[in-house]
Ligand binder design. Structure first.
Ligand code: IVH
Length: 680
């Protein structure tokens, strides 16, 4: 066969295979036998072997997964991926309807309701019709490049199908990658049989699969995708309405939400949400809610965004599912802050897509208030990503043989005395705390937290390995991680050279992480990721931060008295200061790339704005960007903390509230004056 002939045959085969893939994976209507498909596929592979230049990125052969990666590269979305406001209350859905109606008082508004797929949000970029890049949402601006893994998903066409409309030069397609319920159940059976930890729910397993560095492993996971929106759309006439988008996406070769509703009134919306609640149980994937969206893009533009989410959409989440089971025992878990958390050990029960055998009981007060006893039949609840919790006792099932739990007066890990303390954020109420900083459970917790993805992101630094490191006396605190050697790691039980080296590479890579990750990783009480980022914006280096006085800290955006005190107190402890010096010696980065003195010293620093109504020239996002560039903050709702409400035409309830609270109301012209250089 000549090269020219091969080229023609290859193009034809590729086209044919793509068509069969679409029929099988998207339409679920196979058009040929597996055998016939294999024959076509092998013919394609043979041609590519003989003429390797015929291999194009969109060839069906490129789905099997390329070489393993060492890391996921960050990729910036062309348009940001925002999140949605959530509610569990139908009353809030009605408020949402009224709110949008106030912003656009003219006429009946058309809204779409569609399933909220419980998976991982993904952005797919197609250039001239070819899939070129796919990324996770990340922080909304920048995500992880998971293109190689996404290529293994047959529901993502390697090139867009003919739609009868002009092909956009660049288009971003937004959707949710998920693992079907059946595939999830099968995977967990396999994992348990192999002695691996089962995934908690289908969403975690989809996320875990997408985060496999080796695409050949990701290819083995039965992932699929449903798409529901667009980001950037360039080089062709963009659609004007959401249902037009869905129709276009379907023609272009994707699965779109399997049922949507067009609604006008709040009653119709609620009826659609209720109908979906019944239908979703039969869907092949988890659906945790309904998404309501304004259909018209022109109206979306008028309604705009808050700082976090669009005002034209909302997610209604279905209430947590509940189940009854027996409480076999109560154990105590000691966290990194020393907090003693009672944990319910349960008779395993299937709930909301996964098997539950443990649930949190929060703290002693909660346990007493609910009068939960060992041997009780209890109701447990789980909503989406929330850890399962015991809601209460089924009193009618009490036999009298149940036993009250006696809270320990010493730490079950190290035997030290425990003290009742005020709970930190997320711990709730009053907690018993082990006050011994050398308690092995706290040491383990601190190191695991340091390694966590949201902190220093050291792959492998999970419960099992950290447990071994502490037990063998190799690591006492996070600075010890930087002294570990390959030999030491390989001497640990069940540790191969490859995993040991990977862990060491992760530790090495963590040295250059941004300052906010290090700050969060230190686990200073009340310094969560958000506060750590705020500190990173306000201080150039760790030394500048620790040199700051209490009043200086309090002045920092998002940092109040309690947080500032906690930072000062932490640094006041000589052991912590020593730890910092050891981290410095180990070569860790103490500089902040977020540091933005212009914003910190900007004309609007420390001021909170709320935007309402339609401004004469600026779009809402533009006004927000101007305010933020000068250090101001934009909030979605008016409160006593608001400094200015910028009101445009048809400003609604926010303006009323501002007037009631006596907050200064300004117009766009005044805002622009405040943003002028002479003011900064
Ligand atoms: S629209 C600006 N539609 O839910 C609008 N999101 O809670 C962006 N999701 O981040 C999203 N199904 O990951 C939209 N039919 C659907 C969805 C959906 C699931 C996810 C998505 C989003 C999250 C918001």
């Amino acid at each position: 066969m000549t090269h020219a002939q091969a080229k023609i045959r290859h193009a034809k085969l590729a086209e044919e295979i793509r068509g069969h893939d679409h029929a099988y994976y998207v339409e679920a209507k196979p058009t040929i036998s597996d055998q016939e498909y294999d024959r076509l596929y092998h013919e394609l592979l043979d041609l590519e072997k003989e003429f390797p230049d015929l291999i194009t990125p969109d060839s069906p052969s490129q789905r099997v997964g390329g070489e393993p990666l060492t890391e996921f590269k960050p990729v910036q979305h062309l348009s940001p991926m925002t999140s949605l406001d959530n509610t569990y209350s139908q009353a809030e859905v009605r408020e949402f309807v009224a709110r949008v109606q106030r912003l656009v008082p003219d006429g009946k508004l058309e809204r779409m309701v569609e399933p909220k797929v419980d998976g991982v949000a993904i952005n797919l970029r197609f250039e001239n019709g070819v899939f070129t890049c796919g990324a996770t949402r990340g922080d909304g601006t920048t995500g992880d490049d998971v293109t190689s893994n996404l290529k293994t998903i047959r529901g993502i066409p390697a090139r867009l199908r003919e739609t009868g409309k002009k092909l956009p030069a660049v288009v971003e397609i937004r959707g949710e990658v998920f693992m079907p319920k059946a595939a999830f159940a099968k995977l967990n059976v396999e994992r348990t049989a192999n002695g691996e930890e089962p995934f908690a729910n289908p969403r975690n397993s989809a996320a875990g699969s997408l985060k496999q560095l080796d695409p050949r492993l990701a290819a083995k996971r039965a992932l699929d995708i449903i798409v529901y929106g667009l980001g950037t759309f360039q080089g062709a006439e963009p659609p004007k309405e959401h249902d037009e988008v869905l129709a276009w996406l379907k023609k272009a070769g994707f699965k779109t939400p399997e049922k949507t509703w067009k609604c006008y009134s709040a009653d119709e919306l609620i009826a659609a949400i209720d109908e979906l609640d019944t239908l979703r149980k039969k869907f092949l994937y988890e659906t945790d809610g309904a998404v309501i969206k304004l259909n018209s893009f022109a109206l979306r533009e008028r309604v705009g965004f808050t700082s976090k989410a669009p005002r034209w959409a909302m997610a209604y989440k279905y209430a947590a599912e509940q189940a009854e089971t027996k409480l076999k025992a109560i154990t105590i878990q000691v966290g990194r802050t020393g907090a003693l958390t009672p944990v319910a050990e349960l008779e395993p029960v299937f709930l909301a897509g996964s098997t539950i055998s443990r649930a949190t009981l929060h703290n002693e007060d909660e346990l007493r208030r609910k009068d939960i006893r060992v041997g009780d039949t209890v109701t447990i609840e789980k909503a989406g990503e929330v850890i399962p919790a015991v809601v209460g006792v089924v009193l009618t099932k009490r036999t009298g043989n149940e036993v009250q739990f006696v809270f320990p007066s010493t730490c079950p890990e190290c035997g030290s005395k425990v003290a009742r303390t005020e709970g930190a954020a997320g711990e709730g109420g009053v907690v018993w705390r082990c006050m011994n900083p050398d308690c092995p459970a706290q040491i383990r917790g601190r190191i695991e937290h340091w390694c966590a993805r949201g902190a220093m992101d050291i792959e492998g630094g999970g419960e099992v390995l950290v447990g071994q490191l502490v037990k063998n006396g190799l690591v006492q605190d996070v600075a010890d991680l930087y002294k570990l050697t390959l030999d030491e790691l390989m001497n640990l039980e069940r540790m191969g050279e490859k995993s040991a080296q990977n862990f060491l590479d992760g530790i090495q890579a963590s040295k250059s992480r941004d300052l906010w990750r290090l700050l969060f990783g230190l686990g200073i009480l009340h310094v969560g990721a958000g506060v750590a980022k705020a500190l990173g914006k306000a201080f150039a280096t760790l030394d500048d931060l620790f040199a700051a006085s209490l009043p200086q800290l309090v002045e920092t955006e998002d940092v109040g008295e309690v947080i500032a005190q906690s930072i000062v107190q932490w640094h006041g402890d000589a052991r912590n200061r020593k730890l910092i010096e050891r981290l410095r010696k180990a070569g860790l980065n103490f500089k902040s790339s977020l540091y933005n003195p212009a914003a910190a010293a900007g004309a609007l620093a420390g001021k909170t704005f709320v935007l309402t109504g339609t401004l004469p020239t600026l779009k809402r996002e533009e006004a927000a960007a101007k305010i933020e560039a000068l250090g101001g903050k934009v909030s979605g709702s008016v409160s006593k903390k608001t400094d200015y409400v910028v009101a445009g035409e048809e400003a609604g309830s926010k303006l009323d509230k501002a007037q009631k609270l006596g907050i200064k109301v300004i117009d766009e012209a005044e805002l622009l004056r405040m943003c002028q250089p002479s003011n900064s």
